[in-house]
Write a protein that binds this ligand. Structure first.
Ligand SMILES: CCCCCCCCCCCCCC(=O)SCCNC(=O)CCNC(=O)[C@H](O)C(C)(C)COP(=O)(O)OP(=O)(O)OC[C@H]1O[C@@H](n2cnc3c(N)ncnc32)[C@H](O)[C@@H]1OP(=O)(O)O
Ligand SMILES: Cc1cc2nc3c(=O)[nH]c(=O)nc-3n(C[C@H](O)[C@H](O)[C@H](O)COP(=O)(O)OP(=O)(O)OC[C@H]3O[C@@H](n4cnc5c(N)ncnc54)[C@H](O)[C@@H]3O)c2cc1C
Length: 658
């Protein structure tokens, strides 16, 4: 049997490009790589951030361990004056393999105060939050409602006499349920509640509530709070419940940047009622980037392992091939790698679009709200869905060892799975994007330039200009196929909706009946958007010819697999012919062959520290079997040669007569 490390060494020698150059591209430049390396150097050598036995811990131990790591991380950040949120995200994404029990504090609590608080409120709360003197969460979802925010039941009633709000959980279904970090960690929460003034309801607003004493962490009077119990993954997080019984807070605790309640109870409504949803939009944009990072990790593990793993001698006596040389294995993993790169590029686009449109919104251009919501909803759903299914493909591609916790893929899959549900259930978000697409289809004046393609009506009888398999290496033709599919499905969804309305259905029932068409066109739009962005961004890169070639080939794999996997949608209007579909399949194989020497280089370029992968199968040196063996020997069940259950239960049976 060949040595696993020599297998990876050989792969690395075959790579046609400079891996460090590609790492810089992925990170966004040399300076960013150096910053990342500096951040890594601060934490990776600390024993506290060791994860070796993490997969053996119970849920409670995992939570407690995560709190310990969190506190140390906060100390490190303070010690080195690291305040830039980008640095914090880099640490979480690339360096530490940790779902922090303060995730919501940084990803939702602080941003909500920043975006929805007045200048005075920011001045009061942000220094406390930035310094971790208080830890907050975002408590919106209730037992009875998550998707339909307007249906939330928690009430916040204004008492003008005492200039206070009184928060209540009027029913069982009004109990806040699911918020991350709520159960045991947070001292404060932004609570979304229906605002009542003089018996009139003004809809959902945000309020800062103190949940726990800052002296001894016990729940505040009127607050019932706890963990909701075990769930799929996210074991380090204390997703919680919260019920409030006449909890009084000062008037100043309502976040009043957009809507105001004056001391006498006069209400001033926000310029747009959706401004209160702003933090969710930010998190959806962040999920795009999280999806990219995690799929990159999964592809790194599975591709390195597939170069080390050998199985089934082709001819008697010959060395068994590396499993990566089976084209069926390539057909599992190369599309995941291509998707990881496509998502890394779209994540960058999403974040820069978020910042640009958010700045527009801040300066009063509220038209940007719907554009940002339209783009981010679909991309969140699309990337979460493909990333989660891609991680599972990678896990299965590792065979039996993919089933072991030591692969790192089991916990990754479980931790990512909820990204299809939280921050807006995927179907619900696709439906929101479809609403926006249809609006643009009908109203050119509101269509942003990034979506102007919607205005071009697809020609009936249009045909794809691909004449040979070689044509499939031309990005323009690939993008054209996805553009055509998106235009056609948007048009067809609009026509379907109109047909329902013309049959006499009211708008909401007609929208419901059109739901499947809506989701179809939103997915088609997202595939187009991501493909177009991939080729546009790659074309702009200043890099070596070899890197550009590899990236373009990955783009072709992403596009061609998208066509092959959704072939019906391209064939049903005869845009693509059966012969062209054969070209597609042929070219996919060709691209796998082209990429084969560079597969390890392409995953090495992500530059994940071994600690952040925490995988016996995916470590840089490829020493898979020693790692698996040593890890198993440390399993709690192996602490003694004879387990206590032998003395308690097994012994008497074994002693019985044979
Ligand atoms: C490294 C860093 C780590 C970070 C990771 C940390 C771990 C993360 C841990 C996980 C943390 C997880 C944390 C969590 O999970 S936090 C909880 C997240 N919850 C949700 O996401 C709930 C999802 N539901 C909604 O958002 C709304 O209820 C929807 C959107 C479904 C309907 O809403 P509503 O019933 O009010 O509206 P409508 O249907 O009458 O439509 C009316 C119009 O409004 C437009 N509209 C709607 N919304 C927006 C918007 N936002 N901006 C602009 N416009 C918007 C809409 O398109 C429509 O337009 P038009 O068609 O009429 O023109
Ligand atoms: C791990 C995790 C962490 C979370 N963290 C937080 C948090 O920090 N803070 C917080 O406030 N919340 C949090 N949540 C809650 C989360 O945001 C909601 O669960 C999510 O928005 C989905 O809402 P729901 O549970 O009401 O699902 P439901 O809406 O009940 O969805 C069930 C099904 O109904 C369908 N459906 C619902 N409405 C429609 C519709 N209008 N049209 C078509 N189909 C529909 C959905 O597609 C889905 O198939 C978290 C959830 C999880 C799982």
């Amino acid at each position: 049997m060949a040595s696993p490390s020599s297998d990876l060494d050989r792969e690395r020698r075959k790579c046609t490009f400079n891996v460090a150059e590609l790492t810089d591209i992925i990170n966004g430049g040399r300076e960013k790589t150096e910053r990342r390396q500096y951040l890594e150097s601060l934490v990776l050598n600390e024993p506290i951030f060791n994860y070796d036995d993490y997969y053996f811990l119970s849920r409670e131990e995992k939570y407690s361990d995560a709190v310990k790591k969190t506190v140390r991380l906060v100390q490190v950040l303070k010690q080195h004056n690291i305040e830039d949120p980008e640095d914090y995200q880099t640490l979480l994404k690339y360096v530490l393999n940790l779902n922090l029990p303060i995730a919501l504090h940084n990803s939702m609590f602080r941003p909500t105060i920043r975006d929805q608080g007045t200048d005075e409120q920011r001045k009061k709360w942000l220094p406390l939050a930035n310094d971790y003197k208080i830890i907050g969460t975002y408590a919106q979802t209730e037992l009875g409602h998550g998707t339909f925010i307007r249906g939330l039941e928690t009430t916040s009633t204004y008492d003008p006499k005492r200039e206070e709000f009184v928060l209540n959980t009027p029913t069982l279904t009004a109990t806040k349920w699911w918020p991350g970090c709520l159960g045991k960690t947070s001292t404060h929460a932004v609570v979304m509640a229906q605002l009542y003034i003089k018996n009139q309801c003004y809809g959902i607003h945000s309020f800062i509530i103190q949940l726990r004493s800052l002296k001894d962490h016990s729940p505040m009077p009127g607050v019932t709070v706890g963990d909701i119990g075990n769930k799929v993954g996210l074991e380090t997080n204390d997703n919680g419940f919260l019920a409030m019984d006449n909890v009084r807070i000062p008037r100043e605790n309502m976040l009043m940047r957009h809507a105001q309640v004056y001391p006498d109870g006069t209400y001033r409504k926000p310029a747009n009622s959706k401004l209160v949803y702003g933090t969710m939009v930010l998190l959806r944009a962040t999920v795009v980037s999280e999806s990219a990072t995690n799929l990159s990790k999964a592809a790194t593990i599975a591709i390195r392992y597939s170069c080390v793993r050998r199985q089934t001698e082709a001819k008697p006596g010959e060395l068994e091939p590396q499993i990566i040389d089976y084209v069926t294995q390539q057909h599992k993993l190369v599309p995941q790698l291509a998707t990881a790169y496509a998502f890394a590029w779209i994540a960058r686009y999403m974040m820069s679009t978020y910042h640009a449109l958010h700045a527009d919104i801040e300066s009063g251009h509220l038209g940007a709200l719907q554009e940002l919501h339209g783009i981010s909803s679909g991309l969140k759903a699309f990337t979460a869905e493909m990333s989660v299914s891609g991680i599972e493909v990678c896990r299965r591609a590792c065979g039996g060892h993919g089933f072991s916790a030591a692969s790192g893929l089991v916990s990754m899959y479980k931790d990512r799975l909820p990204s299809c549900t939280y921050e807006g259930e995927n179907t619900v978000l696709y439906l929101q994007t479809a609403r926006f697409l249809l609006k643009c289809f009908r109203q050119p004046s509101i269509t942003p330039s990034s979506m102007s393609y919607i205005q071009v009506k697809p020609l009936p009888g249009a045909r794809w200009g691909v004449k040979s398999p070689e044509d499939l290496m031309k990005p323009i033709l690939l993008v054209e196929a996805f553009e055509h599919r998106a235009q056609r499905t948007i048009k067809s969804a609009a026509q379907f909706l109109e047909s329902q309305i013309s049959q006499g259905l009211d708008t909401s029932e007609a929208m419901n009946r059109s739901g499947i068409e809506f989701v179809r066109c939103a997915k088609a739009h997202c595939y187009y958007f991501v493909t177009r962005n991939f080729f546009q961004s790659t074309a702009l890169l200043k890099c070596s010819k070899e890197i550009k070639e590899s990236l373009l080939t990955l783009g072709v794999v992403f596009a061609l697999n998208g066509i092959a996997d959704n072939s019906g949608e391209f064939l049903e209007d005869c845009f693509i012919t059966g012969t062209q579909m054969e070209f597609v399949r042929e070219r996919i194989l060709y691209c796998y062959k082209q990429l084969r020497p560079n597969l390890v280089g392409l995953v090495d370029a992500f530059a994940f520290a071994d600690q952040s992968l925490n995988s016996a199968l995916g470590a840089y040196d490829g020493d898979v079997y020693n790692r698996l063996y040593n890890w198993a020997k440390r399993a709690p069940l192996n602490k003694t040669d004879v387990h206590s259950s032998y003395h308690k239960y097994l012994k008497p049976i074994l002693k019985s007569k044979i």
